[in-house]
Structures are given as C-alpha cells and as structure tokens.
Design a protein around this ligand. Sequence first.
Ligand SMILES: Cc1ncc(COP(=O)(O)O)c(C=O)c1O
Length: 349
Amino acid sequence: MIDLRSDTKTEPSPEMRRAIASAEVGDEQRREDPTVNLLEQRGAELLGLEESVYLPTATMANEIALKLHGEPGDELLTEEHSHVLIAELGGPAVFAGLLSRPLVGKHGRISPEQIRAAAHLVEDFHTPRTRVVSIENTHNSAGGRVWPLEELDAVVDCCRELGLKLHLDGARLFNASVALGVPAARISGRADTVTICLSKGLGCPLGALLAGSSELMLKARRLKHMFGGAMRQAGIVAAAGVYALEHNIDRLAEDHARARRLAQGLARAGVPVEPDDVETNFVQIDVGPLGLSQAEALERAQQAGVGVSGTVYPTRLRAVTHLDIDDGDIEQAIELLPGALGAASLARA
Ligand SMILES: Cc1ncc(COP(=O)(O)O)c(C=O)c1O
C-alpha cells in the first residue's frame, strides 16, 4: 500500500537504526543519559529557547505545557479544531483543570481581535480568568497550513500585552519553518512553551520535545515524572531524535514538493483538490462533489492500494507525504486515486 494516511507512518531508516544501535545511554530520570541531554540541548538551540525536555509524545508535551500555564478553573483560548481540543481526550480539562474556549479560526489561525474579544481579564467572582492561548503551526485539521509570520507576531504581541501565556503546538513546526524558509527559532522563539514532535515528518519511532525557559522546564521535568514520562536508558530512542534534527529537517521540502505534485496531478484528473491550499505535506480531498461519504472514499482508496485518512470535515480526506514516500509513489497515487474515487466523470464534465 502507498501509505499516505499520516506522516506518523514512517519507519526508522537504516542510518537512523545505526544511530540507535550505537547510542550512548544512561539513566535519563537522573539526567545521566548523554544522548537525551544532547537531544534536549540541540532542540532548545533550534527552537531559540533556553531549555527543552524530552518526552515520549507530543500529546504529553502539550498537556504538560498547559498544566504549566493555568490552574483549575482558568480558561484556555484555542482554535476550534486544534489538536489540544479535539484529539487529546479532554486532557486540558483532566490534567490542568482548564476550561477550553474554542475560537473559530481561518485556516486554523486565530486573530488578536478574537483573543481580545474573548479573553476574560478582569478578576471578579464570576468569570473564569483567561490565562493561556494555544496555537498550532502547522495546523493539522486545516490541512498543514502555516501561520504567516506577521499574523504569528501579532498574536504573540497581543498575548504579551494582555498578560496571557502562549503555547505553540508545533508538532510540525519544522514543516512550517521549511515552508517559510526561516529558522525554526524565528517561529518558536517568542512563545512561552513549544511542542515539537519527532515521530512525524522527522521520521523517528517516537519522541517529542517541550521547550521554554529553564524555570518553566524545571517544573516541566517534575510534571514529566508525575505523568509517568520519566524514562531510563532513553538515549536508545533519543539517538533517533539527534539523527533526525541533523538530517531530516531540510529534506521536508521534498515532502512539500511531492504533496504539491500530488495535488496538481489529482486536480488535473478531476479529483476535487485545491493545489493552492497545499502549503506543506498535506493534501485535502473533498469527496462530497464525487457523491461519496468519507467512509466510502476511504474504503475505495484502500482497495486501490492507496492509504488516505479522514479529517474533521465530513466529506474531506487527507493524503500526507513523508520520508517513506518517493516520487514513484506519488505518480502511482495520481494514477490510482482518480479511478478509485470515480473522478473521471468530473474530469470530463
Ligand atoms: C498538531 C498535533 N499536535 C500533537 C499531536 C500529538 O502527537 P503524538 O501522537 O506524538 O502524541 C499531533 C499528532 O497527530 C498533532 O498533529
């Protein structure tokens, strides 16, 4: 199967496996694992923040971050389809006790005006205090969309002015930095906390980093332990992260180019796709005009040998390019998907 379901589907490359096999390790709970320490240091440098903490997953990183920023009863503002809101099982309510207030975004982005209008800043005996804003870049549900820097800066400025903490869920932050052609630190450096995921486009079997000030990361290390995320000889997998930060960031441009090629090829063949919406490694396909439900379309694609996945939108699918997808896979997907989805009639129409 040509597996375009997610960029989480990558398997460690032979070179990454070699780095894993030769990793120096130690007890990471005691901060004695040299490979974990190196990964945390490199991650912090790349993100332009003082320190980073190695964690098993990006979900844990997001949940720890939100717990750092708010107390039970405080309010979180975030875009309505953000991962922290729709895909972490209500974690912000469970772990941090936060009341989440969804804002309707455009391409996954929210504006300073929306934050200003929604934030409860006056302390009284009725309204919850707004304490934290969480944004996502690239935005998964919006189709891998990237925040333009000026919009990002405006949200950071607004949070500063209103005294709100800003968490950046940058599970795919490097996709954003490569798409914009700017260092990752230009995107992440002004946030209070930043999550990056190592097991998506970067191709690691697992792992994530949470970055921020040393003061906050000390608290994050305590929460990591409390969440059950403090490990032992974790350098064995952190070695994959060190390898990925060195070798797998710039090449994300190839994934983006392949996603664009896929979108253009599908659009030419009559599949409802907007190539101009493809900013990174996601292609969104609207099967509504083809008279198919999401489930029917997924099944047909699968039968044809192409794995795609569903989205929060009832008729929209997504195809995601990654390290284990090459040019040949893209050509084949362009061959197979239009027929499987019955798009030929639209192409002729
Ligand atoms: C934007 C975003 N944040 C966080 C996560 C969580 O990642 P993990 O599976 O490592 O917990 C994902 C996973 O898809 C994601 O897309």
